[in-house]
Design a protein around this ligand. Structure first.
Ligand SMILES: Cc1cc2nc3c(=O)[nH]c(=O)nc-3n(C[C@H](O)[C@H](O)[C@H](O)COP(=O)(O)OP(=O)(O)OC[C@H]3O[C@@H](n4cnc5c(N)ncnc54)[C@H](O)[C@@H]3O)c2cc1C
Length: 538
């Protein structure tokens, strides 16, 4: 049985059902997909927005092939655009995904030298070296940190990669390699997305978060899922159904009993209570939710707190930029960075640490529809509508926990201010308007995200991302999905190497189950077969 039908639960279900097991998924929400969902957020308009997650980098080709998924992940022509004011003039650092010359020239205009661009490439060379050695191991059992380290002990770049990314706070390497504040900040944002950290954080949370942003499919490139993130969930849902998995939504789980050889789940659908026994229980929601059902105290690490603010918008038109040399469509097609200077983000982190909303809020913004407009109806496309996503940083859960309504409103206003400083016309003027006169804008704080999905304190990775190797002896050789209970496994982002739209923990939990079955079958053939993941009784 699989509890929760996020994309990882669906990956696990697909592998297990295809292996011939009987699989039942139970989901609390009225839809399948968890944080990978596209929804008609503004009911008056035929626009299907990726409500939570929106870009894909970490979903392995192997899972796509194994499960026969029909996914198109499309490259964005622009990598990033970072507006700035220099000598009283509005400009922008424009990093292209298709023309290195354009990127080099733009970096030269910002810094006045050619070395910063080369240094940035050298810095990213470290994460490339890391990705080369790590990526293929993500779908294998864990190896120890020491064994991992030795794999890097082959040349100076690899040793430097290990040191800079695993052993010392990321801020040191950034400051060693890069001189320009805006470039440093641009690089560091990948270390902060979704978590509350700073360049010299001794917990190395920033390093772990950064690595997850840079190793995907060995390139670290973030692509747009054609059809929106919901297309990923739909493909997985179909793969699971085709394998024979069953799914139930609107389920209220009452209790779990995990102490016997089989687990049993007591739940309710449409007021009807039932108990189902299962040989294996795979848990797609986080450790916090599992602890609640087991009546255990959840003991989070201080790094587990989420820090995110998401604004989903529907635009009547893409706003024009103050930096007139750039077309808005080029700037918003990639990741548009606002208030993300390195020193500025130290200030916003400090202010949020003290329990207040930072004066200047850092965020990144982009328009999915400039790369894939299939999420809009033909009429909206024709009229020039676009969707816009804003992902805000330095907004930890603690700021919203006491008065979510008031703080959400305040944060929303500040994020719009953050964006408006770069725009010829206020973003509000470009938003679509609902029939009742409301602007088509929806904000989600960490409190809202926890309410909707159960993610601990709104942590978009369920809890803090982990390094991709075993840190404790007993983890070596394990899949990183194990719990204190023999037949209960984590199949979601809470597992080691979980986090992001990757399917990796879903795959690894399925492999764990199949490994156990295969060992048991080799000891006593014919004991197991269809019907073992969930045996129902009402
Ligand atoms: C705002 C936001 C933006 C993000 N952006 C990106 C991005 O662009 N790219 C990226 O790679 N990652 C992104 N992420 C992270 C990524 O979406 C998640 O890490 C990933 O989707 C989690 O998948 P999962 O299957 O492990 O868990 P989830 O999607 O969290 O699924 C868990 C499921 O369990 C269900 N559940 C919870 N409690 C119960 C219960 N009591 N009973 C039954 N079911 C329950 C939930 O409803 C949910 O369906 C983002 C996340 C958020 C929130």
């Amino acid at each position: 049985m699989i509890l929760g039908a996020g994309h990882n639960g669906l990956v696990a279900a697909s592998y297990l059902a295809r292996a011939g097991l009987s699989v039942l998924l139970l989901e609390k929400n009225d839809y399948i997909g968890g944080a990978t969902t596209s929804q008609k957020v503004f009911p008056d308009y035929e626009a299907y927005l990726s409500r939570y997650s929106y870009l894909v980098s970490l979903f392995p080709e192997k899972i796509i092939r194994d499960l026969g998924l029909n996914l198109e992940l499309r490259r964005r022509a622009t990598g990033s655009f970072t507006p700035y004011v220099q000598n009283g003039q509005h400009g922008g650092l424009f990093l292209s995904n298709v023309s290195e010359e354009t990127s080099q020239q733009s970096m030269f205009e910002l810094t006045g030298n050619r070395t910063e661009y080369e240094q940035m490439k050298r810095f990213y060379g470290l994460s490339r070296a890391f990705a080369e050695k790590v990526w293929d191991t993500m779908l294998e059992p864990l190896v120890s940190k020491e064994v991992f380290r030795r794999r890097f002990d082959i040349d100076e770049t690899s040793r430097e990669a290990w040191r800079s990314l695993v052993e010392e706070p990321l801020g040191r390497a950034i400051e060693r390699y890069l001189q320009n504040d805006l470039v440093r900040g641009l690089v560091f944002t990948d270390a902060k997305v979704g978590v509350f950290t700073h360049p010299h954080d001794p917990s190395l949370l920033q390093n772990r978060c950064f690595l997850y942003h840079l190793i995907g499919n060995k390139t670290g490139e973030w692509k747009v899922p054609v059809g929106g993130m919901g297309a990923v969930a739909r493909e997985l849902e179909q793969a699971a159904y085709q394998g024979g998995a069953e799914m139930q939504t609107n389920v209220r789980i009452h209790s779990l009993d995990v102490n016997g050889n089989t687990s049993s789940v007591d739940f309710e659908i449409d007021g009807k209570r039932q108990t189902v026994d299962a040989r294996f229980l795979l848990v797609n929601f986080g450790r916090n939710v599992l602890a609640k059902f087991l009546g255990k105290l959840f003991q989070p690490d201080s790094t587990d707190e989420g820090s995110v603010f998401k604004i989903n918008m529907l635009l009547r038109r893409v706003p024009k930029l103050k930096a007139k040399r750039y077309q808005a469509a080029d700037a918003f097609c990639g990741t548009f960075h606002s208030n993300e200077g390195y020193e500025q983000m130290k200030v916003s982190y400090e202010q949020a640490s003290k329990g207040r909303l930072p004066d200047k809020l850092p965020c990144e913004v982009y328009c999915h529809t400039l790369t894939d407009d299939s999420i809009l109806s033909p009429e909206l496309r024709e009229q020039g509508f676009h969707t816009m996503t804003l992902f805000g940083l330095d907004t930890p859960w603690r700021l919203f926990s006491r008065d979510n309504e008031t703080m959400r409103k305040q944060a929303e206003t500040k994020f719009l201010e953050s964006m408006n400083q770069w725009l010829e016309e206020p973003l509000e003027d470009c938003l679509a308007v609902a029939r009742n006169g409301d602007l088509c804008l929806e904000s989600k704080s960490p409190v809202d995200i926890e309410d909707a999905l159960g993610m601990y304190h709104g942590n978009i990775f369920q809890d803090a991302p982990t390094f991709p190797f075993a840190l404790r002896k007993e983890q070596t050789g394990a899949w990183g999905v194990e719990t204190d209970y023999e037949n209960v496994f984590l199949c979601g982002s809470s597992a080691l190497r979980g986090g992001a739209v990757s399917g990796i923990p879903g795959h690894n939990a399925a492999m764990k189950v199949l490994e156990i079955i295969s060992k048991e079958e080799s000891r006593s053939p014919r004991t197991f077969g269809k019907g073992m993941l969930a045996a129902g009784s009402e």
